[in-house]
Design a protein around this ligand. Structure first.
Ligand code: TRP
Length: 332
């Protein structure tokens, strides 16, 4: 029974519009790498998405699209559990329970809450405030050993661990306290236009970011225009943010080290390098886009998969929820 000895992994991604090359190299590619080694559960975190105002038709489309993209990446519903967060009611239920074991002060200190409430000053809703509690519920329901998260979610994972330890301290072993999973490879992808900033789909400069589903022409255009420096040497350097970023992207895709990349482009100009990076990205993303186009056309087949995924997830989630509720003193 090899299945049962595999360590468990859980992660979620928000269905927030176009996913970028940053999401791909920073997170999703690693999910794919983990699929064989671990027993993985991955969800589209649609409940988290409504902490900022969403247009209903667009949100629905983004949820479909994000789920389809997970499949297109090569995540396999036979190997991993792939589902949509809101389909498993236990997330909302455990979230309420855990919120009663979370302090107002702790939530007030979350840096993402501070940033987001400044950014959406007209809609500082309670959901935005308690967002990390819902995330703790997402995690703790599935008893994962590891949770892969980027730097911006580390504080949220810390709080999930704190909540789990606190609850276990009162009631005994209910939750597994998960470890962060730091991927061996993976890049923090920066804007192609201002490489001191993280690549972001909300950037107004459309040349600054690449969507996973961008056409090859768009991808090439964006890389050709990528900001570099005046030194004209392909190597890592303290002030060479643009080139560092391109080296990081090329390295994450080809598996080559920075030294190997410098050697490869010795004597060549930035123009050649930018073309090579663009082409590597195009070829990496091409099969994903082609599979996506086929998957998104067949809504009926998609529905079968996300319903089955929800059922699998529900089975595990319900067990944990029932245990927690029983410990607290509810009548089951
Ligand atoms: N908050 C995460 C993000 O925006 C998404 C998320 C929701 C998540 N629930 C999670 C990530 C549980 C890891 C585990 O990126």
């Amino acid at each position: 029974m090899e299945m049962e000895t595999k360590k468990k992994v859980l992660s979620c991604i928000q269905p927030s519009g176009m996913l970028t090359l940053g999401n791909y190299l920073g997170a999703l590619k690693n999910w794919l790498n983990m699929q064989e080694e671990f027993d993985c559960t991955f969800a589209v975190a649609d409940l988290h998405a409504i902490t900022v105002r969403q247009e209903p038709a667009k949100l629905r489309q983004q949820i479909y699209s994000t789920y389809a993209l997970l499949l297109a990446l090569g995540l396999d519903p036979e190997k991993s559990t792939l589902f949509i967060q809101s389909h498993v009611a236990a997330h909302s239920q455990l979230s309420w329970l855990l919120s009663c074991y979370t302090q107002f002060g702790e939530m007030s200190r979350m840096t993402q809450f501070k940033d987001k409430s400044a950014k959406h000053a007209d809609n500082v809703n309670v959901g935005l405030f308690s967002y990390p509690v819902l995330m703790a519920a997402d995690i703790l329901l599935y008893k994962p050993d590891f949770v892969p998260v980027g730097a911006d979610q580390k504080q949220h994972l810390e709080i999930a661990r704190d909540i789990a330890e606190r609850f276990n301290g009162i009631y005994g072993d209910v939750f597994t306290v998960p470890e962060p999973y730091i991927a061996k490879t993976g890049a923090r992808v920066m804007s192609l236009q201002d490489p001191t900033k993280k690549m972001s789909k909300s950037d107004e400069n459309l040349n600054s970011w690449v969507a996973i589903l961008d056409s090859p022409d768009d991808i090439m255009r964006k890389f050709k225009r990528a900001v570099t420096d005046s030194e004209a040497r392909v190597c890592i350097g303290e002030e060479k943010h643009g080139i560092n970023n391109l080296i990081g992207i090329y390295s994450a895709i080809t598996g080559k080290t920075a030294e190997q990349i410098t050697a490869e482009f010795e004597g060549k100009g930035y123009g050649d390098f930018k073309l090579a990076v663009g082409e590597a990205v195009v070829e990496e993303l091409r099969p994903i886009r082609e599979r996506y186009d086929a998957i998104i056309k067949d809504k009926a087949a998609l529905e079968v998969l996300y319903r089955e995924g929800a059922q699998k997830a529900e089975y595990a989630a319900r067990k944990t929820l029932a245990k927690a509720m029983k410990k607290v003193g509810f009548v089951l």
